[in-house]
Design a protein around this ligand. Sequence first.
Ligand SMILES: Nc1ncnc2c1ncn2[C@@H]1O[C@H](COP(=O)(O)OP(=O)(O)OP(=O)(O)O)[C@@H](O)[C@H]1O
Length: 616
Amino acid sequence: MTESTVLLLQGESIFITLLLILLLIVSSSGNNESAESRCAIGGPPIRFPFQKGMKDACDSPGFCLYCSEKNETMLVLAAVKLRVTYIYYPSQSLYLEDPENCLPRKFLNLNNISILPYEFYSSNYGQKTNFLNFFDCSSVGLPHLRNNDQLYQTSQNMISCPTYVSNSYESVLELDLTSCTKMFNITAQVSASNLRLNQLNLRWSIPDCSKCEAKGSRCKWKNNSTTDVECVVDYNPQGKKIDIPQSYIFTATGSILLGLVVIAVFKIAHHFRKKEEDQARVEKFLEDYRADKPARFTYADVKRITGGFKEKLGEGAHGAVFRGKLSNEIQVAVKILNNTEGDGNDFINEVGIMGKIHHINVVRLLGFCAEGLHRALVYNLFPNGSLQSFIFPPDDKDRFLGWEKLQHIALGIGKGIEYLHQGCDHPIIHFDINPHNVLLDDNFTPKISDFGLAKLCSKNPSLVSMTAARGTLGYIAPEVFSRNFGNVSYKSDIYSFGMLLLEMVGGRKNVDISSAQNFHVLYPDWIHNLVDGDVHIHVEDEGEVKIAKKLAIVGLWCIQWQPVNRPSIKSVIQMLETAEENQLTVPPNPFHSTTSTTTGRLTTTRRPLELEAIQE
Ligand SMILES: Nc1ncnc2c1ncn2[C@@H]1O[C@H](COP(=O)(O)OP(=O)(O)OP(=O)(O)O)[C@@H](O)[C@H]1O
């Protein structure tokens, strides 16, 4: 799954989650009829048939409750504001009190007018009608109450509320109301003591939800009726629903909707921008590809191309190589350079030189990445890997390619070197020809790679300035290591190629890498024995012996100590292409060979030549 797909899916899941939250909020707020709320924690629960809101906003105005500034639950009854202290749904009753603590006076406004849908509910069981006397005590202040009965110990303050109420059977003398003026007496369905205690008890009969409440379910209007109700399953029978104020719901819904719109706009914009970018990148790549120019990739591109560095193909001295793909058709190998190493010259060198060259026997640089410390090179993929693994199979398996194929490979490498030396605007000396740096495509066509050490030269590369020995031990020409042997020139690549040819023939290492200080060239004098006749190499027929001998003779010419004695690459190709092995002169062995032949069998003694490095 690509990175962009993952991002897209993440965005999608955020989108869906927000949508679900929104639906939940909408459904819970849409379920208002059975939802419950409160004005304050511990306040009476407000649910059907009550609604929270101002009168006009409620389905049934009589059941409209509102929250005061002090978060008290309030009911307006015949223009009298009363505080709701308790609502008991099973018996459909509610308890009210006057917030100004003067219920007897307020009651005079309520009595004898319709308080539908309520009716007064008296706690004087059995006695529905009470005869009440009302007194004006404004001139006397707080009356002296003789009766010790708790009911008569009113909390009423006679200064702020001078209207006093008593039951007709109560004695005026006992209540010490002699100084008050009797105003009038009325019949009412409430008791004087309740009014004095600031308690008013109402009940409603329609809608009748008692059955639903008894079942533990909630009640709601049946279809469009305002008299009939039906029970609904209570989604939260414990009544512990979190009360979300409507303003919060609107704000949250609005924010989520806005968020969704922003995400949608962002995603659409991102999608189109990405599409455009991808398109532009593909166009640019194809343009570069047609113009044989390497494309520049971002580090994110590199990650995407390699699928997050999933498959490692190998590891070189300068970094790891990963398999990748630019499109379904173009498979690539991406070399990630160790960014902590060096001053980046190898990278600049490789991009600079390889960007200019294009030959069937040279690896094509498709692109590169230079972003911050990240450096990467993108090549065509060669699934057969390097020639090294065929000459020296790592797992000791027989991966012998056959002499025809080896000759074809040798010739291909020679042609690649010829192109570098003579076919470009500026001759290029590779300086690191060795079997690691020759990759093989599906048809075993060799491709010279790794131009980190290569040098662009002036038109006549007979003399190249060089400040330090460079290359791979065993393949470095003596003059590169020490100027005693002559000047560094394109003949240095011929030497490396010669060593490579000899290794192809012998399939063994020509260098003793155990010595760190000195450079030990193990001159392959056994090769002379090979060309002289007695040989123990892998051959199937006489023709193959000839190829092996030819490769060996050409190799020996290439590794002559003096650069002038080495053939040019043109001559090398000519020898490989046309000559028969018996037409080729065997070059002189510049060393004193200690080769001995015993009982007709070849034994080789390699005599190490020690060269001391000379600093420039
Ligand atoms: N274009 C490619 N296609 C397939 N495999 C590759 C490609 N380039 C490199 N490899 C693999 O990655 C390995 C490492 O390559 P790299 O060029 O980094 O190092 P090297 O040439 O082996 O050593 P050095 O870095 O010392 O020259 C190679 O041996 C080869 O197996």
